[in-house]
Ligand binder design. Structure first.
Ligand code: SRM
Ligand code: SF4
Length: 571
């Protein structure tokens, strides 16, 4: 007998294309929470119900319901935002959220701490700035990531444009979002600025995603070599731009990447995407749709831990996937073409674009933009947005590019960066510049350990250990997450901590710095002292036995192609 559909499938089926009882749940004044089923459906609208975990115990003792609030995530293909949109998000952070903005690892904004009675006004305020939240979460194609470091080149603009088209093409067609949050209207861009228009009426259908949407979240990205800033091999669906004679002649297709695992469940695993073919640019939407269609039709709808495209492919085999894709496309794709990535990190500081304009990439640790003592970053960025004539790009490394700055405007922006301490890129060590951490505590319900809040001190320890071993200033890609879901893509770092319990982590080492090789579990369930002792011993070996210029991850991989190194052994 085949397994029954998962409970979330039942909720989607009964939801009338993502409506459920969301409107009633949001309007209910008696609780700060939604009805259970609606907590699943609201994800498709770009929001998660959360509660402040720092306050849980205190509230429980006071016999109060948890301090419910909502995280709202935007859909922002390629992380591109105008200065007006920046200003709108900044105002929303104060008016409705916890006074901070979070730049995510998929180039979106997140705000935290929005209470239920202000959800509708918050989502409406975002839309009024032409920032929507549709399909930012849920079992759909999420925000489409796109490389953001080609310095304002035409290639970069082309890749950004494809990310927008792919995102639009794969969006849900249901009007539920407009009905629930915008009273049946949608905002369009016009000469007069964002203008509300009727979102339409009549029959609805979901020709691409299907009436019950996808079996699980689905992620896609477009990379522009030589920079793999979007970690294209971690995506369900990836496109690698192939540039010949200065133009994009097509894309290599990658399928089946994914990072999420569950501790102690070997049936769940991280997987790098497989490169399976080459397509001309004009086929990008058709091929993306076909890959989504395969996952829609064959993905596992009975077990959500086994429902990503990576499992669909591994269960049936890549040859099957090739065949099924060829069947849908009316023929096989051409063989992949060569590409070369040099790194997955961001390009910090000022650099000139080929369009004659300047770009500056700022380091924003863990993507958190707040006003803190000595670092009034939100204020600084607000003042920059008020004068900036170009645009902003959120990077997939949680950083920010102020893009397309006219030569005459550079000095003014530079002065504002210095005045507000936003010039960290000029002062920080390479390991501090490149480190990533997911959100984790206190908002993420799945966190087992700290990540964002622990990042600064952990990086400080790494800096000291590097220095102690004569390695100060060496680049090192370090990432950490509060659980094995992989939101900061820790599996693709040279050294990574993955949370196991409060104050305890699994230590992973040996990834490369181009996002093309995953790291391996080195030691399990360590406290800070044990983590630092292990890393110190590994750094000592690296310092002693590295080949010229050899990075830490490559060194570890050379010594340890298939199992943990004994940190005590002679190199
Ligand atoms: Fe994630 C769940 C935050 C990128 C894999 N992720 C969550 C939730 C929503 C927790 C939850 O389900 O209740 C986290 C909300 C925390 C909070 O308080 O904000 C969360 N994920 C994030 C963000 C904000 C991390 C960040 O520090 O930037 C990223 C938002 C990206 C965006 O704008 O859309 C984020 N999440 C990722 C990535 C990286 C990526 O996509 O490039 C991954 C690994 C890639 C992948 O999907 O395989 C990732 N998140 C997960 C998973 C594991 C999925 C799996 O296949 O097992 C979960 C849990 C789940 O889906 O059940 C999860
Ligand atoms: Fe939460 Fe885990 Fe994602 Fe971190 S990796 S944000 S702890 S789900």
């Amino acid at each position: 007998m085949s397994a029954p559909p998962s409970p979330v499938e039942k909720i989607k089926t009964a939801s009338r294309l993502l409506r459920g009882t969301l409107a009633e749940s949001v309007a209910d004044p008696l609780t700060g929470a939604l009805r259970d089923d609606d907590t699943q459906l609201i994800k498709f609208h770009g929001s998660y119900q959360q509660d402040d975990r720092d306050l849980r115990e205190e509230r429980r003792q006071q016999k109060l319901e948890p301090a419910y609030s909502f995280m709202i995530r935007t859909r922002l293909p390629g992380g591109a935002a105008t200065p007006r949109q920046w200003l709108a998000m900044d105002a929303i952070a104060d008016e409705f959220a916890n006074g901070t903005l979070r730049l995510t690892t998929r180039q979106a904004f997140q705000v935290h701490g929005v209470v239920k009675r202000e959800l509708k006004a918050t989502i409406a305020a975002m839309n009024a700035a032409l920032v929507d939240t549709i399909a930012a979460c849920g079992d759909v194609n999420r925000n489409v990531a796109a490389s953001s470091h080609a310095g304002g080149s035409t290639l970069e603009a082309e890749v950004l444009d494809w990310s927008r088209r792919l995102s639009e093409h794969l969006l849900p067609r249901s009007r539920a979002y407009y009905e629930i949050w915008l009273d049946g209207r949608k905002y369009v861009d016009s000469a007069a600025g964002p203008t509300p228009v009727d979102a339409g009426a009549g029959e609805e259908s979901e020709p691409i995603l299907g009436p019950t949407y996808l079996p699980r979240k689905f992620k896609s990205a477009i990379a522009l070599p030589p920079v793999n800033d979007v970690d294209v091999f971690s995506q369900d669906l990836g496109f690698i731009a192939i540039v010949e004679a200065g133009r994009i002649v097509g894309f290599d297709l990658t399928v089946g990447g994914g990072m999420g695992t569950t501790h102690g469940e070997p049936a769940t695993y991280a997987r790098l995407g497989s490169v399976i073919g080459f397509l001309p640019p004009e086929r990008l939407l058709e091929v993306g749709e076909a890959v989504v269609g395969i996952q829609r039709d064959f993905g596992d709808r009975t077990n959500r831990r086994h429902a990503r495209l990576k499992y669909t492919i591994d269960d049936r085999g890549l040859p099957w996937f090739h065949e099924e894709l060829a069947r849908r496309l009316g023929g096989a794709l051409a063989p992949p073409r060569p590409f070369h990535f040099t790194g997955s990190g961001d390009r910090f500081g000022w650099y000139a674009g080929e369009n004659g304009l300047w770009q500056v990439t700022l380091r924003i640790p863990a993507g958190r933009i707040a006003d803190r003592d000595g670092a009034p970053w939100r204020t600084g960025l607000r003042r920059i947005a008020a004068i900036h004539q170009g645009h902003f790009r959120i990077t997939a490394n949680q950083n920010l590019v102020i893009a397309d700055v006219a030569p005459a405007a550079r000095a003014g922006i530079e002065a504002l960066l210095r005045e507000h301490g936003l010039d960290l890129h000029e002062r920080a060590s390479p390991v501090r510049l490149d480190a990533l951490a997911c959100v984790a505590m206190p908002t993420c319900p799945l966190a087992m350990a700290e990540a964002e809040r622990y990042l600064p001190s952990f990086v400080g320890h790494l800096e000291r250990l590097l220095e102690r071993n004569g390695l100060a200033g060496e680049p090192l890609l370090a990432r950490m997450t509060g659980c094995p879901n992989g939101c900061a893509r820790p599996q693709l770092a040279e050294v990574a901590l993955i949370g196991k319990a409060p104050g305890r982590y699994n230590l992973y080492v040996g990834g490369d710095a181009r996002g093309q090789r995953m790291n391996r579990l080195h030691r399990e369930n360590l406290d800070e002292a044990a983590i630092l002792a292990e890393i110190d011993a590994l750094f000592a070996r690296w310092a002693r036995a590295r080949q010229p210029g050899e990075r830490f991850g490559d060194f570890v991989h050379r010594l340890w192609p298939s199992g943990p190194i004994d940190a005590g052994a002679a190199a």
